[in-house]
Design a protein around this ligand. Structure first.
Ligand SMILES: Cc1cc2nc3c(=O)[nH]c(=O)nc-3n(C[C@H](O)[C@H](O)[C@H](O)COP(=O)(O)OP(=O)(O)OC[C@H]3O[C@@H](n4cnc5c(N)ncnc54)[C@H](O)[C@@H]3O)c2cc1C
Length: 508
């Protein structure tokens, strides 16, 4: 058998959150950190392939080597294949680059002692350098790793410009700063982007790769963690498959950052979940935790087709401005999806309508114990009459704005079918192993992101959100990772701060 690796902390998953956590925890040179990522990893910033940094495209098309997919049911009878990043940087390495904060009111659903808006604001600030507004506003950062910038008004795509005009003429207020604490009241404005000079700056590029040479940090790609190891109710390590070979790594502190689909799957495979879900597959129960995989939330999105008259620019980011009206976000994409995502068949140019607050909750269950088989994901979108009504109203508003005088030079709106047939997902899945009070049986984590019932095990990724925020989740994922990393109290062990190997025979 291969030698066993050890580290003070093992981070499972090198996505948006995992990169932040590994970079922050390895700032202490006496603490060794081992980051295990299922997809490819890179040896430095210069090693990252061009396809991942080119912010004008999303590298998630058929055959992409940077994603994993799962088949899902969005609502009864509507199936989709859904992608997530499977590469260092995770979904944030392949995403649209829209980097907006949650609103202060979104944090009312979070445990207040640790996650009130006042508690989290310093961690949003710490994470960013706002290139446009950084030192001008006290709620912005000017020294953090993630760059934030907006497309200047005079550089906007004609469609964006016409859409903003149309919304303002319809009476919506203009946002100057969508990340300002008072921006929650809605309006239209430029989206903050983690895009700098055409580069999509993922957490891998911003946080991890600049420090990857630290002696106490080891980043291992192409490594799928298959389950967790326990001694009684303490985590003692992980099992993994590297190049087809089964290996183990030991640690008293394991942080799951495998994302909101694979983190609950890994917990379930390790016997942490609803007893019915695990026992049916022959997995013995470590902790009966009914919330694992159950009650997640996301943003349903309906595509409103438009016929564009202007030739779209090939380099605009996918989205430069949005409108927030009530519970919907209207997204005038600058190009067709087949222009943004290589390998897709030609489709219509669309404007997206996202329902940002809904009562629909989904569930994730294992199909089998095979760690390479994606779980069964059911979103239960738009099952509630109120959610359907809000979405129909949003689509109607989008059509009205698109048909207004200032937009009609840019687009023609297609005939109205049942809008809900063009249902998709915003890819913002959150809350599949959520934190919450002990009185909530569905709360898998305490307010320090520790898994209840197991010592040494944490979840730090969007699974931990109590509910998806009413804005895109990426900036909040990075904030969560910053805040939660600061809460992880791991004393370095009595050995040099390096990730090491020990003989397989060593007793556990
Ligand atoms: C195509 C796309 C576009 C999006 N666009 C936007 C946007 O514009 N704005 C926005 O706010 N949000 C957007 N999102 C959502 C946002 O990117 C995610 O919510 C965020 O990146 C999630 O971060 P995470 O750390 O929770 O998970 P991820 O970033 O998904 O990271 C999980 C990591 O864990 C790894 N992993 C999984 N299982 C294992 C295992 N068993 N062993 C080892 N490693 C494992 C994965 O390979 C992955 O690298 C988008 C998402 C997608 C997929």
């Amino acid at each position: 058998m291969k030698p066993i690796e050890f580290a003070d902390v093992i981070v499972v998953g090198g996505g948006s959150c995992g990169c932040v956590v590994a970079a922050r925890l390895s700032e202490n040179p006496d603490r060794s950190v081992l980051l295990l990522e299922a997809g490819p990893a890179f040896s430095g910033v210069a090693d990252v392939p061009a396809a991942l940094v080119d912010a004008s495209m999303l590298p998630i098309g058929p055959g992409s080597e940077w994603i994993g997919t799962y088949s899902a049911e969005l609502t009864a009878g509507v199936g989709r294949t859904v992608a997530r990043g499977r590469v260092l940087g995770g979904s944030g390495a392949v995403n649209g680059g829209y980097f907006v904060r949650a609103t202060p009111g979104d944090f009312d659903a979070w445990p207040q002692a640790v996650w009130s808006f006042d508690q989290v604001l310093p961690f949003y600030v710490r994470s960013e350098t706002d290139v446009d507004l950084g030192s001008a506003r006290r709620w912005h950062g000017s020294r953090g790793p993630m760059p934030v910038a907006r497309t200047p008004v005079d550089a906007r795509h004609p469609l964006t410009a016409a859409f903003v005009d149309s919304a303002v003429r319809a009476g919506f207020r203009m946002y100057e700063d969508m990340n300002a604490p008072d921006a929650a009241s809605g309006g239209v404005g430029a989206v903050p982007l983690n895009i700098r000079n055409g580069t999509r700056v993922s957490a891998a590029l911003a946080y991890l790769l600049p420090v990857v040479d630290r002696k106490n940090l080891r980043v291992q790609g192409n490594t799928t963690v298959t389950s967790l190891m326990f001694k009684d109710t303490r985590v003692i390590g992980v099992e993994m498959i590297v190049d087809g070979v089964r290996r183990v790594a030991r640690s008293d502190t394991v942080i799951l950052s495998a994302g909101a689909v694979h983190t609950p799957a890994l917990l379930l495979r390790s016997g942490i979940g609803r007893a019915d879900d695990t026992v049916a597959l022959g997995i013995s129960v470590t902790v009966d935790s009914p919330g694992v995989g159950h009650g997640f939330s996301d943003h349903p999105e309906v595509a409103v087709p438009v016929a564009t008259w202007n030739d779209p620019s090939a380099t605009s980011p996918a989205l430069e401005a949005v409108l927030h009206a009530g519970d919907v976000e209207i997204r005038p994409y600058t190009r067709r999806f087949d222009q943004l995502i290589g390998g897709l068949p030609r489709g219509p140019h669309v404007v997206g309508v996202g329902l940002m607050r809904s009562v629909g909750r989904g569930s994730i269950a294992l199909r089998s114990t095979d760690p390479f088989e994606a779980p069964d994901v059911r979103y239960r979108y738009l099952e509630a009459e109120g959610d359907r009504r809000a979405m129909r109203d949003g689509v109607e508003l989008a059509r009205d704005l698109l048909a207004s005088a200032c937009m009609s030079d840019e687009v023609a709106v297609s005939a109205a079918d049942d809008p809900l047939t063009a249902l998709g997902t915003s890819l913002h899945l959150s809350g599949s192993a959520r934190m919450g009070p002990e009185s909530d049986p569905g709360a898998v984590l305490d307010d320090h992101c520790r898994v209840r019932g197991v010592d040494g095990l944490h979840v730090i990724d969007t699974s931990a959100f109590p509910v998806v925020p009413s804005r895109g989740p990426h900036a909040t994922a990075i904030m969560l990772a910053e805040r939660a990393a600061a809460l992880v109290g791991v004393e370095p062990a009595e050995r040099p701060g390096v990730v090491g190997v020990e003989p397989a025979e060593r007793p556990g």
